[in-house]
Write a protein of this length. Structure first.
Lengths: 398, 401
């Protein structure tokens, strides 16, 4: 027997995929039983427990193996997020774009000011403030789906999330090369920014043109278009990685263009349904692994003030233009609360930050990861309660 | 939320009032042949074009705007009902309803939802529909179970003013002969629950499931009708006249008869044309007073079924003349009969359009099937419904980008 088996057994990516799904499922069902926690909380808890900060079952090497699945999951989410950005709505509701700009940049300004006042350098502070702007699309999409939340606030949550992620993605793509230790000359930096920004948008547009042309072959058949979209998303991710472009911005562009420039309505509304759920479970478990709460004990005051100003900025930003959008005060408050979660994209951005610049302020990374961890844990609960409060959720728990 | 609380309160007060009465409301005197219209409309999402649960917020937004007529909720949360005021001519009715349509479209644009006509949504799933919470609708839902959610279908009700209660009963039975015409002319629900039902009007099969649907009893005196109503009330069969889902019924509190058989057409103009047609027909019936014969009901249900199934191509059985007639030809004959009435009422244009529809045999169901044949997607069919509702006929050209 010893010729066939080698101990310890090698954990391959497929094994990891299956294990993550099953453990995630278990965590989700346990969370559901509490009738207060959303399923997501269970997925995240499982990730945290199996990760280096828990029982250390999933190591960093294994996480690299899982990155393929995470990339696909993020791709699906960003494409879906882009599809929520409908220019027609922005044209008709004059309060919506100002509301998104205000809540995003108020959050940026507030967080940046707090970090700067705590004597942190301006560039890392600006990057942290950028990360704070973006709401987690995966959390809002999944909570809304799980409790069948439908209505004006749910829809506004999606478009505001879409817009604040767009602003954050652009700003992050601009700031990141500046933080890059090697690309220090202004010319190199500006070339890098232009290449990544424009390149990602152009790649998104090219992928859209390929998709729309292929849709002539598939017709309106939903099953064929499902394969078409998944293929286009995977290809876009692969191309963006190969060309060193922003996968997030590329996929987001593809989604936005598919929503707004498909004039002849060649593309159908594909619901990623069960496929999205598989990847969402995986994404939440894997990102749960990255959660670190030590910043909460080490830099308690900065983390708490960071959290408070972010929450206040999001809610105030929505309130300022709520009258223009003709929202009631209760609607504005709940909408502000639904914009709080930070998760997969914030984690992705933080990881990218460390990857780009390993000497990046340890203090700041610890603070960011602590804030993300708190909002990753509390965000889904807050979003679920907010949707229930609006009366748009069909059921409390599935 | 505030809006639904207010509606709940109003509904409770109204129900208290009804409970204290064991008699029928007196038949309100109204100017004969005045007209009014109720339309049930669909609220849809502008991305996938399924129904959306937006009525609470949409009503709140509309309540902040002054408008004529009434806008109110219906049984499930993606339904909206608009009621016109009382009118003498179809043109003034058209103006009012078009104004209402403009307000609805503007408000819907701001909150990014679509509005459309049609008797049934082509692919909504009834089990996903949520009941609008008022005392009446909740009790309806409790009483009828899943039928309440299936009742997410969209109809047009036409009101014709009657000088007295006896006239209203006379018209209810005299009109029965012509109700299949209204079914076929308004039919706009060929698709239901994601399939082509092969019916022009699939909505009627949903309504037929209710035990109190059908036709009013053969009673021609108001005194006898009152006795009948009191009996039904005491037996606990109904709580008010609203519980009778008859195809046509007297509406004592308005002093009208209410034709409830029509699908909501795809356009305002078609909806108002049908009102004008009903008005001319009522005028002719009241003037000529053809003798009523109970035998009309021998073939009523089969004619009703055929009109729903085959639309303008249906073959009707005339039990009085004992012959078969093509429904479209029956409408053509009726239009010829009503010409002088339409001239007197100033509704010749509307009558001409009804005539052309019958001759060309093109109702809204045919238009919807044509759209599906071209677009190959029910989502896109609903998109075209929102466009034709907004821009009127010919919108497919205007909106083809």
């Amino acid at each position: 027997m010893h010729d066939f088996l080698h101990f310890p057994l090698h954990i391959n990516p497929v094994f990891l995929f299956g294990l993550t799904l099953l453990l995630g499922l278990l965590g989700g069902e346990i969370a559901k039983l509490t009738r207060i926690l959303p399923r997501i909380s269970g997925y995240i808890a499982v990730g945290f427990l199996v990760g280096p900060n828990g029982f250390n079952i999933v190591t960093k090497t294994l996480l690299i193996d899982a990155s393929f699945f995470v990339d696909i999951a993020l791709g699906l989410i960003l494409f879906d997020l882009g599809r929520h950005l409908d220019f027609n709505w922005l044209r008709h509701d004059r309060g919506l774009l100002p509301m998104a700009i205000t809540e995003s940049f108020l959050t940026f300004a507030a967080v940046f000011t707090v970090l700067f006042l705590f004597k942190l350098p301006w560039l890392p502070s600006a990057l942290a403030a950028t990360i704070a702007m973006a709401t987690s699309p995966a959390v809002v999409l999944m909570v809304a789906h799980d409790i069948s939340s439908e209505g004006p606030i749910t829809r506004r949550t999606m478009i505001l999330t879409s817009l604040n992620n767009l602003f954050a993605l652009i700003l992050f793509t601009i700031l990141l090369p500046i933080a890059h230790i090697k690309s220090s000359t202004p010319q190199v930096i500006s070339e890098h920014i232009t290449y990544r920004l424009l390149g990602s948008v152009v790649l998104g547009l090219i992928m859209f043109m390929i998709t729309i042309n292929l849709s002539r072959l598939t017709g309106k058949n939903k099953d064929s278009q499902f394969v078409l979209f998944v293929g286009a998303i995977a290809l876009s991710i692969g191309m963006a990685i190969s060309l060193n472009l922003s996968t997030m911005l590329t996929l987001f562009t593809l989604g936005v263009v598919a929503r707004n420039f498909d004039y002849k309505h060649k593309l159908t509304e594909v619901d990623f349904g069960w496929l999205a759920r598989l990847f969402f479970v995986l994404l939440f478990v894997v990102t749960g692994v990255y959660l670190k709460l030590d910043g909460l004990w080490k830099f308690t005051w900065i983390v708490l003030i960071f959290l408070i100003v972010k929450i206040l900025a999001k809610i105030c930003g929505v309130f300022i233009f709520s009258a223009t959008s003709r929202l009631t005060k209760q609607q504005a408050l709940t909408l502000g609360v639904t914009l709080l979660p930070m998760a997969e994209l914030a984690i992705g951005m933080s990881n990218r930050l460390v990857y780009f610049n390993p000497n990046f302020s340890y203090q700041l990374i610890t603070i960011i990861t602590a804030v993300v961890a708190v909002l990753y844990i509390l965000g889904p609960i807050a979003v679920q309660l907010a949707f229930i409060k609006t009366g748009e959720a069909e059921k409390l728990s599935y | 939320m505030q809006c639904s609380l207010l509606l709940l309160k109003l509904e409770r007060q109204k129900n208290c009032l009804i409970r204290t009465m064991d008699t029928l409301l007196p038949f309100k005197k109204s100017a004969p042949l005045t007209i009014g219209l109720e339309l049930e409309l669909q609220l849809v999402d502008l991305h996938h074009f399924n129904l959306v649960m937006e009525i609470n917020d949409f009503l709140r937004r509309l309540s902040e705007i002054s408008h004529t007529g009434t806008i109110k909720p219906e049984i499930t949360q993606s339904m909206l009902e608009i009621n016109s005021s009382v009118h003498l001519s179809y043109l003034s009715l058209l103006n009012e309803v078009e104004e209402l349509r403009g307000i609805l479209v503007e408000e819907a644009d701001q909150t990014h939802i679509g509005i459309c006509g049609g008797g049934a949504h082509p692919f909504q799933k009834w089990k996903e529909q949520r009941i609008f919470q008022t005392e009446r609708f909740s009790s309806f839902s409790e009483q009828y179970g899943y039928l309440a959610q299936q009742f997410t279908v969209f109809g047009q009700h036409i009101h014709i003013g009657c000088a007295n209660a006896e006239d209203s009963l006379y018209l209810c039975h005299a009109m029965a002969r012509y109700l299949p015409q209204f079914i076929a002319l308004s039919a706009a629900s060929p698709f239901h629950q994601d399939v082509d039902t092969t019916f022009d009007c699939s909505r009627l099969t949903v309504i037929s499931a209710f035990p109190l649907s059908g036709t009013p009893p053969w009673i021609l005196s108001w005194q006898e009708f009152k006795t009948y109503y009191q009996k039904m009330l005491r037996l606990g069969v109904v709580k008010s006249m609203k519980d009778f889902y008859w195809d046509i019924r007297p509406k004592p509190e308005f002093g009208t008869i209410e034709i409830r058989i029509c699908d909501t057409p795809l356009t305002i103009s078609r909806a108002v044309d049908l009102v004008a047609y009903a008005q001319a027909l009522a005028r002719w019936l009241l003037e000529k007073r053809p003798t009523l014969c109970r035998d009309i009901y021998l073939t009523y249900l089969i004619n009703r079924f055929r009109a729903a199934r085959y639309g303008l191509e249906a073959i009707l059985i005339d039990p009085i003349q004992q012959k078969n007639i093509l429904l479209a030809d029956d409408i053509v004959q009726t239009c010829n009969q009503l010409e002088s009435q339409a001239i007197n009422l100033g509704s010749q244009d509307a009558l001409t359009r009804i005539y052309i529809m019958a001759v060309e045999r093109k109702n809204d169901a045919a238009w919807l099937r044509k759209q599906y044949a071209e677009l190959r997607s029910l989502n896109d069919v609903v998109r075209s419904q929102t466009e034709i509702w907004r821009y009127g006929e010919g919108s497919e050209k205007k909106c083809s980008h």
